[in-house]
Design a protein around this ligand. Structure first.
Ligand code: MRU
Length: 367
C-alpha cells in the first residue's frame, strides 16, 4: 500500500500511454489496492457515478481528465467534449467542483474553436487542475495547523483530539486532503494529534478510506460509529471537529456527507469548535441559502441495504435488512453557517459568512 508522500497522486496520466488516465479504485479499499484504467470519457463517467473516485476535488479533476479523454479519442474533439460535459455534469449533483472543472475546460474549448491542439490544451489544463489542487490543500494545511498548534499549547502538549467525518483526505483530493491537511502538517511539526474517524454510513468512507489513509501514514486514529461523536464530545474527548465540504454557499452554508449537520449540532451544544476545510474550488458563489439551493444527491438504496467487507479473507457484500425494506439514501446534508466556527481555506481562515469569504476572495464580490 503506498504512503501519502510528496509524490502521491489519486489520478494521473499513464506514463507509457498518454491516452490512458489512471485512478485508484476506491471502492475496493482498504481490502485491495487496485489501479484502474480510464480509456474513454464514458469510463470517467462510470468512475465518478459509481464512486471509484469520490470527494469533491477529485470528482472535479476526474471530470477534467474525462474531457481530455473525450477530445483525444474522437475525430471531432469539440463535439465530443461538449457531449461528454453534458453527461458528466449529471453524474454527481452536490459536489460543485464538478461544474467548476467542466466549465473551466469548456472555456478552453470556446477559446480554441477548430484548434488542432485542443486535446493537448485540455490535457495541460487537467494537469494544472491537479497541480493547483495540491497547492490548495497545502495552503489549507498551512493555515489549519495553527488551530491544532493553539489547542496543543493550551493543553500543554497533550494529545489534540480531532473528529472528522467521511473522507476529506488525500483520497478525496489529489494529495494532502482538505480536512486531513492540517493533521498531516501537525504530524510533521511533532504535534501530538489523534483522530476520531466517523465510520460514515452508508458507504463507510471513514472506516474504509480515512482509517486506511491515516494508518498508512502513521497518524494515530480510532474508528467510531457515526453516533458516538456526541458522547465523546460530552466527555471532553474531542478538541475540534474538522470536516470537508462538497459545496459551500457564498454565505457560508456547508453541504457535506450526510451526518455532518448532526456533528455540528453536537459540537455547538458542547462548545467545541467546528471547522470546515474549504478549497476555493468548492465555493458556489452563485448560491446563498444552502438548505434551499444546494441539490442533495440521492443514491442507490443498495448502499444502505448492503455492506461491504471481508469474509474468510474474501471481499463480499452482505445484505443487512430484508430485500423489500423501503430505503432512502440522502448522500449529503447542509450545515448552516451559524453552526460553523470557521472556514479553513488556502488563503486563510475566515468566518462562515459572505463577509468572511469575500474578505479572503475579494475578486468574487461582483460574481
Ligand atoms: O460521497 P463522497 O465520498 O464523494 O463524499 C465526500 C465528502 O463528503 C467529502 O467530505 C467532501 O467531498 C470533501 S473532500 C475534500
Amino acid at each position: 500500500m503506498p504512503q501519502r508522500g510528496e509524490d502521491f497522486r489519486t489520478i494521473w496520466l499513464k506514463p507509457d500511454d498518454p491516452k490512458v488516465v489512471q485512478i485508484i479504485d476506491q471502492r475496493l479499499l482498504p481490502h485491495e489496492y487496485r489501479v484502474h484504467d480510464l480509456r474513454s470519457w464514458e469510463d470517467g463517467l462510470v468512475a465518478i457515478a459509481d464512486m471509484y473516485v469520490r470527494g469533491a476535488p477529485l470528482i472535479g479533476a476526474t471530470a477534467a481528465w474525462s474531457l481530455y479523454l473525450a477530445a483525444v479519442t474522437s475525430g471531432e474533439p469539440e463535439r465530443a467534449v461538449r457531449a461528454a460535459a453534458a453527461a458528466l455534469l449529471k453524474s454527481r449533483p452536490t459536489a460543485v467542483n464538478l461544474r467548476w472543472a467542466v466549465d473551466r475546460i469548456l472555456a478552453i474549448v470556446d477559446r480554441h474553436r477548430g484548434d488542432a491542439a485542443l486535446a493537448a490544451l485540455i490535457r495541460a489544463d487537467a494537469q494544472a487542475i491537479c497541480d493547483e489542487d495540491i497547492e490548495i490543500s497545502r495552503g489549507i494545511g498551512k493555515h489549519g495547523v495553527a488551530l491544532l498548534e493553539a489547542i496543543s499549547s493550551r493543553k500543554g502538549g497533550a494529545t489534540v483530539n480531532v473528529l472528522t467525518h467521511c473522507n476529506a483526505g488525500s483520497l478525496a483530493t489529489i494529495n494532502w486532503g482538505t480536512a486531513t491537511a492540517p493533521i498531516y502538517f501537525a504530524q510533521q511539526q511533532g504535534i501530538d494529534v489523534h483522530v476520531w474517524v466517523d465510520e460514515t454510513r452508508p458507504r463507510n468512507q471513514g472506516s474504509q478510506l480515512t482509517a486506511w489513509e491515516l494508518a498508512t501514514n502513521d497518524v494515530p486514529h480510532t474508528l467510531i460509529v457515526d453516533n458516538a461523536g456526541g458522547h465523546l464530545m460530552q466527555h471532553g474527548e474531542v478538541d475540534i471537529v474538522i470536516t470537508g465540504t462538497d459545496r459551500t454557499t457564498r454565505c457560508g452554508d456547508v453541504a457535506n456527507k450526510i451526518g455532518t449537520y448532526l456533528k455540528a449540532l453536537a459540537a455547538a451544544d458542547n462548545n467545541i469548535p467546528f471547522y470546515v476545510a474549504l478549497p476555493s474550488t468548492t465555493i458556489d458563489w452563485q448560491s446563498r441559502d444552502g438548505i434551499e439551493e444546494i441539490p442533495i444527491e440521492q443514491r442507490d438504496p443498495a448502499e444502505v441495504r448492503d455492506i461491504y467487507g471481508l469474509c474468510d479473507g474474501k471481499p463480499v457484500r452482505v445484505r443487512t435488512t430484508t430485500e423489500d425494506t423501503p430505503i432512502s439514501n440522502f448522500a449529503f446534508d447542509v450545515t448552516p453557517a451559524r453552526l460553523v466556527t470557521g472556514l479553513i481555506t488556502e488563503r486563510g481562515i475566515c468566518e462562515a459568512s459572505e463577509a468572511g469569504l469575500l474578505g479572503l476572495f475579494p475578486e468574487m464580490a461582483a460574481s
